[in-house]
Design a protein around this ligand. Sequence first.
Ligand code: IPM
Ligand code: MG
Length: 422
Amino acid sequence: MAASLQLNPKPFRAPFCFQSLSPQKGGKIRCSATSTTKRYNITLLPGDGIGPEVISVAKDVLNVAGSHEGIEFRFQEMPVGGAALDLTGVPLPDETLLAAKRSDAVLLGAIGGYKWDSNEKHLKPETGLLQLRAGLEVFANLRPASVLPQLVDSSTLKKEVAEGVDLMVVRELTGGIYFGKPRGFSTNQKGEEIGFNTEVYATFEIDRIARVAFETARKRRGKLCSVDKANVLEASMLWRKRVTTIALEYPDIELSHMYVDNAAMQLIRDPKQFDTIVTNNIFGDILSDEASMITGSIGMLPSASLGESGPGLFEPIHGSAPDIAGQIEVHSVLRAACFLLVDNVNKANPLATVLSAAMLLRYGLGEENAAKRIESAVLDTLTRGFRTGDIYSTGKKLIGCKDMGEEVLKSVDSQRSAAVMS
Ligand code: IPM
Ligand code: MG
């Protein structure tokens, strides 16, 4: 295999402070007494748009990769986002949160769509996702972005800039302006309508995400860049002060600070200068989308959201892409002719969700071998030349979401044949 999706020169293991890494939590059937089969309960939240397509692929891949490692999954599918709104009238039904909390890990597809765009805030699909993150208390969001040799030509940056990029954005996920109060709509003295939000961070929130980031950097190349807007925002001034204080616990890590506007520019100018980035909720949202394009496509980037205990939440960083959900990968001229046939075929890239399933195995369940099987299979599929539209380049084989899933499964199976033959 040409490269590893391990994303770090040193093998990365999640910060040991995370109990969610431990596969020995109470109350779950982890290991049967009569056989070596390990069983995990996974909540699947397909959500909206391309969510169901990509989750269906990831589920098959989990099943097959798991079976090679003596792992059995029990999946429970629950509604979230727009799908839940249509079904129950709320974007995160209590039953969904309960099922998620009771499981060993949660895999989410995507949420959102035009249909619900003008809903009131509490009835937006996105609100369901934020409630889920808050409900699971998954404050640390790991978003790796590395340029795979197979996809270097898909990057919009010049080859010499993109080649070899391997960074990790550690995004604070349950605080900041996404959740800060006061928030809402009101009127000002002139009687004009205003909308307002609050960027607020408490010391404990900064300290815990900083520690996760320092631990993460320690397992990588030992460099941490904290991104803030401390030249303007009080919340960022405290952020910088606390990160600097926590740095005293990590003398082996090289810490730098960068303003977010500069970081946005540096990511495009010279992305290889970054190893681990730690930042607040909203800056992390924006910078991780930017970082994804360095790698070729947002359709490739997975994420892991972890808390101090309880199940982790694993999701691709892309959205629901309602414009491509359920579409066929045909030339636009043909598309009109195929209009009536398009509903069962699709062009979404399932690899971000498949790689999120690998993160689920590694960070959520501690099943490193099964995680590696999936990552190797993804690389092998790309090496064999298969591409969805978002990562297509001349000379490669353009296929749809389901076929990409089939190819990944073939690669997982060929690892087994290779192992049997060797
Ligand atoms: C993400 C998404 C979400 C976010 C949206 C869908 C609420 O953009 O996971 O990056 O803003 O966190
Ligand atoms: Mg985002």
